[in-house]
Each structure stands twice: as structure tokens, then as C-alpha cells.
Design a protein around this ligand. Sequence first.
Ligand code: ADP
Ligand code: ADP
Ligand code: ADP
Length: 214
Amino acid sequence: MNIILLGPPGAGKGTQARTLVEERGLVQLSTGDMLRAAKSSGTEMGNLVADVMARGDLVTDEIVIGLIEERLNSDEGGNGFIFDGFPRTLAQADALGELLAKHGKTLDDVVEMRVNDDALVARVTGRSTCADCGEVYHDETRPVPADGKCIKCGGTTFTRRADDNEESMRNRLLTYYRETSPLIGYYYANEKLRSIDGLGPIDEVKARVDGALS
Ligand code: ADP
Ligand code: ADP
Ligand code: ADP
């Protein structure tokens, strides 16, 4: 199955995607993770997108569509893909539809995770990530264990994203409502949209995600 997790920054897309990877053997394609990896390894593209990302603006459609195309061409994802943070514009949604069709794949469900802005700001400003395995934590709702070791891999280094500050987050929210929220109507019209409440404990949200998948 191929699914999109759609929702504003901090909605819990990455958190839920990791569980779907473990339980259903799907491959997570996060354009945000791919862009951060390019930035960390100092590639030309990574240097180009660093300022745009820090401000909370979108990088060009051309770049992210290219990243997704590479991964779809690479023959992974036997059980399917989870698109996390992609598409974010109507042009990206059109491109994804064409790429999937080219590979004989179809899109099954688009799960929209709804969370109010105040909760989103609280979520991203408390977010940290295991540098070794990418497990996602939150200072209050999902703290790193007291022994300082990642519950998944035992790693001891946790990073915070440069854009997870309130100023950048406010701009990311504006960008989401302006550029990305039209996709809700787009997928509704395609009869792919399943909207769920993203508030509440992570395992309750997980049950809603499972219930939304066809
Ligand atoms: P979040 O987890 O907060 O939703 P992401 O990790 O998905 O954020 O994205 C971080 C940043 O990377 C975005 O603010 C944007 O600058 C860039 N980015 C990620 N995915 C896309 C995309 N599909 N189109 C354009 N820019 C993107
Ligand atoms: P996204 O990928 O949509 O930007 P993340 O999965 O990275 O969102 O989650 C953002 C932050 O919120 C993380 O710190 C994560 O631990 C926390 N979080 C995720 N789901 C929930 C939830 N249901 N309740 C409270 N906090 C959550
Ligand atoms: P720098 O100041 O060196 O540019 P930043 O503070 O801008 O570093 O970037 C935050 C760090 O988060 C990056 O060094 C990157 O390695 C790391 N990172 C990579 N992927 C993720 C992720 N998915 N979530 C959180 N942090 C990540």
C-alpha cells in the first residue's frame, strides 16, 4: 500500500510513520529527512536549501520531486511507501501521481492529521531526535529515558532541528496553510482523503491512523 501522511509541522507524521514502517514493512520517504541529510553532508544542494529550511519556507518543487523520483526508481518499497512531508504543493501532488502511475503503483490513502496551532508549536519546540536511529522524542510528552539512552537503539546523542524555534515555526504554519492545505481539497475530490484527530496520546492517534487505512 502507498499512503501519504498529510498535516502541518509537528502533527505527528514522522512518529506515526515509524510505527507503520515497523508493523507493515512500508518504506518511509521523508523529504525533510532527505534534505537534512543533504545539508549535513554538505552537498551543493544541501547548502542551497539550508537557509530556505531555516526560515521555514519551501524548497523548490524541482528539488523535492527529484529526491522522490530517485527513491521510486531505486526499486525499494515492496510493501509500499509512506510519503511523509511530501507532497506539499499542488505541483508536487500532480508529480507524485504521475510518478506512481509510471511505476504501476497507486495511492491508497491520504491520512490528514489535524492538530491545532498551539499544540503544534508546543510539539516542535520540545522535539528532539536520536542522532543514530531517528527516533523522535518530546521533552514533555515523550522524554528521552532517564538513563539518557534511546529506547530503540541505545544511542546517547539527541539533536534539535535548527527550524524548531517559535519564529520559524510560525512561518512554517503560514506556509502550510497557504501552500499545502489546498491538498486537502485535492485529495478529497480524489476520494483518497481520511481525516483524523491528531490530538491525544501517541497510541490513540496510532489506532486512528490504523482505522483510517483501507
Ligand atoms: P516537519 O516535520 O516540521 O513537517 P519537514 O521535516 O517535513 O518538517 O520539513 C522541514 C523543511 O524542509 C520544511 O520547512 C521545508 O523547508 C523543507 N521541505 C521538506 N519537505 C518539503 C517539500 N515536500 N517541499 C518543499 N520543501 C520541503
Ligand atoms: P511531524 O513529523 O508531523 O513534524 P513529529 O512526529 O516529529 O511530527 O512530532 C512532533 C513532536 O510532537 C515530537 O516531539 C513528537 O515526539 C511529538 N508528538 C508526536 N505525536 C504526539 C502526540 N500524539 N501527542 C503528543 N506529542 C506528540
Ligand atoms: P548546523 O548548525 O550544523 O547546520 P542544525 O542545527 O542546522 O546544524 O541542524 C540540526 C541537526 O539535526 C543537523 O545537524 C542534522 O544532522 C540533524 N538532523 C538530521 N535529521 C534530523 C531529523 N529527522 N530530525 C531532527 N534532526 C535531524
